[in-house]
Design a protein around this ligand. Structure first.
Ligand SMILES: Nc1ncnc2c1ncn2[C@@H]1O[C@H](COP(=O)(O)OP(=O)(O)O)[C@@H](O)[C@H]1O
Ligand SMILES: [Mg+2]
Length: 252
């Protein structure tokens, strides 16, 4: 469904991603883990075009992004959606939830007509477990967890096939984290989405992901089925990440 091949990204003199390759099949969940600053966000930001790779290729549905026509690139931009760590910060503070969702629907001409837009906004909120009362609210009137639900609804508005979730619960209270992760899984299964989940918590990765890539210093140092990698880590970096998660002891 989605693959990156020998992806490299530089910020000036710093090579943040130094040749990363992975692929995720339709309906599969790929976890990307690694300590802060190892290049996880940069990798997925390059996939959606928020940063420009210095080299490497991105494939969607078997087609290289380099070779895509303008129409294919538009489809790609719609089909691959991102959910960010800082949900409140990724929502325009001057827009109501209705306006945020309506804008996403308009950009890709998903529905037309005021009534159809309103109905679809309500449906999207229902999908993420929010009531219609949220439509008239501004991001600052919502909790962090509610903002992440709106951010997910906005991503779902354009009927994506792939969701790239960059530490979607790291900024949330621990009590809310599991609920948002469960929502992501439930939505993924209901809509048959492909999910790339960047996560800090290896317990979550073990429970949710089919496969996992471990990154260190801009490279993938270990990769495999999530249960195998976490149950029997081969690389020092993986062991360090596992040791940093107290709750993992209960799982391994
Ligand atoms: N916009 C930027 N400009 C310059 N350096 C950046 C920028 N974004 C990230 N970096 C650097 O690139 C490296 C990788 O960052 P990032 O991809 O955000 O890591 P992660 O998501 O794994 O924490 C880090 O050293 C970070 O400081
Ligand atoms: Mg990051």
């Amino acid at each position: 469904m989605l693959a990156v091949s020998d992806l490299k990204v530089r910020y000036g003199a710093v090579e943040a991603v130094r040749g990363v390759s992975w692929r995720v099949a339709a309906g599969e969940t790929l976890g990307i883990v690694g300590s802060s600053g190892c290049g996880k966000s940069t990798t997925v930001r390059a996939v959606v075009g928020l940063v420009r790779p210095s080299s490497g290729e991105i494939f969607f549905d078997g087609c290289s992004c380099h070779a895509m026509t303008a129409a294919a690139r538009r489809t790609f931009r719609r089909r691959v959606q991102m959910v960010f760590q800082d949900a409140p910060g990724s929502l325009n503070p001057r827009m109501t939830v209705r306006a945020i969702l309506a804008e996403a629907l308009m950009v890709h001409r998903m529905v037309s007509g005021r009534a159809a837009v309103e109905a679809r906004c309500c449906e999207l909120l229902e999908q993420v477990g929010l009531s219609n009362a949220a439509l008239a609210q501004y991001p600052r009137e919502l909790s962090g967890g509610q903002c992440q639900r709106v951010s997910l609804a906005r991503a779902l508005a354009v009927e994506p096939q792939v969701l790239l979730a960059d530490e979607p619960v790291s900024a949330l209270d621990v009590s809310v984290q599991a609920r948002i992760i469960n929502l992501l899984r439930e939505v993924q299964q209901r809509l048959g989405l492909t999910l790339v989940l960047i996560a800090h918590d290896l317990a979550v990765v073990r429970n949710v992901c089919d496969r996992v890539c471990v990154m260190s210093d801009g490279l993938i140092v270990e990769e495999g089925p999530a249960a195998e990698v976490i149950g029997n880590p081969q690389h020092e970096q993986t062991r360090l990440l596992i040791a940093a998660v107290p709750s993992i002891g209960a799982l391994t």
